[in-house]
Design a binder for this molecule. Structure first.
Ligand SMILES: Cc1ncc(COP(=O)(O)O)c(C=O)c1O
Length: 386
């Protein structure tokens, strides 16, 4: 059978989601605490859920407009202005997508020709390699160096070629939890301007920042006119299953993404689009409490991981923490994660899934802390038995 698997599909099969599915299956088999896949174990704000129910009852159940309902495009534009001082035109510079994933993939498909190169930092969220593969483009990676996850600007410069078309930046960054600093962002922006690159930024963790602050790349000089800013409701409102995302940027680029989206999903999530308007209009307290609540969970998990003997790379944002497993006498994260549920009833994922060269992240493992406090306390107690 395998020789009949089409070429593209067989290339995508090895990517991260495969190992995530394996780890989730292990979690189920062992009744283990699943700190592998990154989704919250509680729902988001009740008023947002109520708004979804109300939208279904009100009959918002047919295809919404192609770019997304006007109310949501206006709410996204207002959010960009309120938090980041960006002023996209809701009519031409905002597009609603099926999660950030569709926005990112459609952007790569829209803007890359076969053989073009997409520049990004590694480790990377696994959908970037898949999106580049689907476009026939090549993903070129610049290493973020553990444990600080800084990068060498000369590596970034050296990775640019005449075929480089896009720079794909994820900040705050999955899996490392890094929040790119103002100086790093300035270096990235300067490179994009100098080489006339389009930037696509994945900012799904924009409100999950504990140390430092989130700065959208689009807000840097020369970047608004060349940046597509992507985010989604999944992480901010803890409704990852609704798959409501958006992309903002110059009208010509957004229109190109929309052309591709039209043939991927056409439109998506009509009633949830209405509910996300309610979410985006929540007051500043909601956003503050989201970050402070997760910061406490980060501390709880990271302190526990350190006590269990791991070297912890404490994240500045997101809901993921990476550890170096070598002090526990292991150096292969995939093997370690496969045996962890049986040894102590906790599931994590090997960071090698986020590297094009798995050897690079071999000794690293990622834990998610978007879980209830008592679940994290129990996980930490179990890990202490290692
Ligand atoms: C960096 C990053 N980008 C995008 C996504 C996917 O977002 P969505 O569920 O909105 O498609 C995730 C989800 O884990 C992520 O970690």
């Amino acid at each position: 059978m395998t020789e009949r698997v089409p070429y593209l599909a067989s290339r995508l099969q090895g990517l991260g989601t495969t190992i995530f599915a394996e780890m989730s299956a292990l979690a189920a088999r062992h009744g283990a605490i699943n700190l592998g896949q990154g989704f919250p174990d509680t729902d988001g704000p009740a008023e947002v859920a109520d708004a979804a129910v109300a939208a279904i009852r009100a009959g918002h159940n047919q295809y919404p407009p192609g770019p997304g309902i006007p109310e949501l495009r206006r709410a996204v534009a207002a959010h960009q202005a309120r938090f980041w001082g960006l002023t996209p035109d809701p009519d031409t510079e905002v597009l609603v997508t099926a999660g950030a994933t569709e926005a990112l993939t459609a952007a790569v498909l829209a803007l890359c020709e076969t053989g073009d190169e997409v520049l990004t930092f590694e480790p990377t969220y696994d959908s970037y390699l898949a999106a580049a593969s689907m476009a026939g483009a090549v993903l070129r990676v610049v290493p973020l160096r553990a444990p600080t996850y800084d990068f060498d600007p000369s590596d970034l410069e050296a990775a640019v070629t005449p075929r480089t078309r896009l720079l794909l930046l994820n900040t705050p960054h999955n899996p490392t939890g890094k929040v790119f600093s103002p100086a790093e962002l300035a270096a990235v922006a300067e490179l994009c301007v100098r080489h006339d690159l389009v930037a696509v930024t994945d900012e799904v963790y924009e409100h999950l920042v504990f140390d430092g602050r989130h700065i959208p790349l689009a807000s840097l000089p020369g970047m608004a006119e060349r940046t597509l800013t992507v985010s989604s409701a999944g992480k901010t409102f803890s409704f990852t299953g609704w798959k409501v995302g958006w992309v903002c940027g110059p009208a010509a680029l957004v229109s190109a993404v929309r052309t591709v989206k039209q043939f991927l999903t056409y439109v998506n999530a009509a009633p949830f689009q209405h509910a996300v308007v309610t979410g985006l209009e929540l007051d500043d307290d909601f956003y503050r409490q989201l970050a402070s609540g997760l910061a406490a969970k980060r501390d709880l998990l990271c302190d526990g991981l350190a006590k269990a003997g791991f070297i912890v790379h404490r994240p500045a944002g997101t809901y993921f923490a990476t550890v170096d497993i070598r002090p526990l006498g292991a150096d292969d994260g995939a093997d370690f994660c496969r045996t962890l549920p049986g040894r102590c009833g906790v599931v994590a994922v090997p960071s090698s899934a986020f590297y094009t060269d798995p050897a690079a992240g071999r000794h690293l493992v990622r834990f998610a802390f978007c879980k209830q406090d008592d679940v994290l306390v129990e996980a930490v107690e179990r890990l202490a038995t290692l």
